[in-house]
Design a protein around this ligand. Sequence first.
Ligand SMILES: Nc1ncnc2c1ncn2[C@@H]1O[C@H](COP(=O)(O)OP(=O)(O)O)[C@@H](O)[C@H]1O
Ligand SMILES: [Mg+2]
Length: 272
Amino acid sequence: MASKTTVLYFGIQKGGAAKSTTAATTAYILARRGQRVLAVDLDSQGNLTNLLSDVDDIYEYSGRTALEAMKAIDADGEELVSRYVHPVSNGIDLMPSEDFMATLSRWLYREFERSYPGKNPGLVLRAALNKILQVRPYDYVVIDSPPSLGDQSINGMAAATHIVSLFEPSKFCLDALPRFFETVHHVRQQLNPNLKVAGILATMVDKRRSDARLLVETLQDDEEYGPLLFEQRIYRRAATGRLNLQGFATNPELRRAIKEYEQFTEELLQRL
Ligand SMILES: Nc1ncnc2c1ncn2[C@@H]1O[C@H](COP(=O)(O)OP(=O)(O)O)[C@@H](O)[C@H]1O
Ligand SMILES: [Mg+2]
């Protein structure tokens, strides 16, 4: 990985924790500050693709997604950029995703391992990104991940310099944290010794619910996780939930939607 590039992996093995919303908003804020940003969607649901691109139909990218970029083992950087990196609004470049991303594992274990014996199936994304960064020296790569543990998340973490974990205050998410950090630990040991944890961001915090406050406090008091929590919380608010409808480019309520994320990004940059 070109040493100047910060690669942020947004994750938690839990659905509906604001992974995609946070990845998209952070990419937007960084790009607006003049940083060169590549956003990479590793979730077959294509939510990051939807949030950042102007197409209504993510299938417009079929055959030109992050999946095909990973499969193009023999392509050089120029080829990868021209086929799989798409400029979208707000000065961001996007490697999109759609349903076929779900076939990554099948390809890795049926074809890749046979054709490239000795190559590690967890390092396919990193290899592609390295080639891309040689021709496009992005300041930041922002990776959005699927909710389940699998080859997409392993590849994403193996390509990352920093992990940002999301914490949406629920019992399920609290239970997901140790499992998530176990995966981070495993990837660090096996594939990416320099991987750092930037922190845990509490998202979708409902100000009116005392149980939400209590769950965040529980995390705050935890010896291991407490110190990792970002001070800024992201509160549950309609304008933030509507980002997937309104987008970023012409959104009349954008300020309200992302104001806490501005502060979070500030804190994140200080921690990198
Ligand atoms: N701060 C927030 N307030 C209200 N709704 C939110 C907020 N953050 C995310 N959402 C909504 O919650 C849902 C899940 O968020 P999403 O980013 O898709 O999570 P994940 O990627 O972890 O599954 C989406 O419908 C999103 O619009
Ligand atoms: Mg998502």
